[in-house]
Design a protein around this ligand. Sequence first.
Ligand SMILES: C[S@@+](CC[C@H](N)C(=O)[O-])C[C@H]1O[C@@H](n2cnc3c(N)ncnc32)[C@H](O)[C@@H]1O
Length: 222
Amino acid sequence: MTCTKTPQKIHLLFDEIAEYYDKTNNYISFWTHNFIKYLAVKNLDIKKYSTVLDLCCGTGDINQIINKISPKTKVINIDISTNMLKYAKEKNPKGVFMQGDSTSLIFKDEEFDYITMSFGLRNIENREKALSEIYRTLKKDGKFLHIDFGYHNLLSKIFDLIVLTIIKLTHKNLEHYKYLINSKTEFPEPDNLIQEFEQFGFKYVKKCDYLFGIISAQIMQK
Ligand SMILES: C[S@@+](CC[C@H](N)C(=O)[O-])C[C@H]1O[C@@H](n2cnc3c(N)ncnc32)[C@H](O)[C@@H]1O
């Protein structure tokens, strides 16, 4: 069954899980998710005084990582969920966080040196619109970093079972996390995603797999 991903449903879903989102990510990734995000962002080789747009910023992990790697870089964060933004601001008191939809950005053309999106695109109903907004707002030669679950291999299926078991032990409402697993299964594998990005005009730069391909990051250039 295909997941419903209307912006209203997604907004509600992440508002409801915001409070325990970080803790759950730690449990299901055995505390590796932040290090993986760090390694992926490092690959961007972010220049001093550049501007980054982090879409689907969630609770602001990418903002924290960029502040560590490149303190002089300006980061603007966008998310659709009010509650995820609340926790992001608590974690990043000096950060710039705005509520918005990645499929309809308020920014002008070619405004950003880098755009990052981590575990976000999978939740967007109109992926084409989000990708064309990313392409539009990225400067020429600017880079787009996309991170999400990777290959639909045996390890990934074992991972799904571990996730469901952990969630069963720690939470009452399994529906949200069943959604996450279904959305993960429906999402294209990294090589198909790269082809999709290329159709929007992006050029392939690099792909990095983590945890034997359970997580994958792709870097594309405008
Ligand atoms: C799985 S979380 C990822 C959060 C964070 N980037 C991370 O890596 O932990 C997905 C986030 O995307 C946000 N989101 C989903 N659809 C969106 C949209 N159309 N525009 C902006 N944010 C969106 C959700 O509210 C949620 O915070």
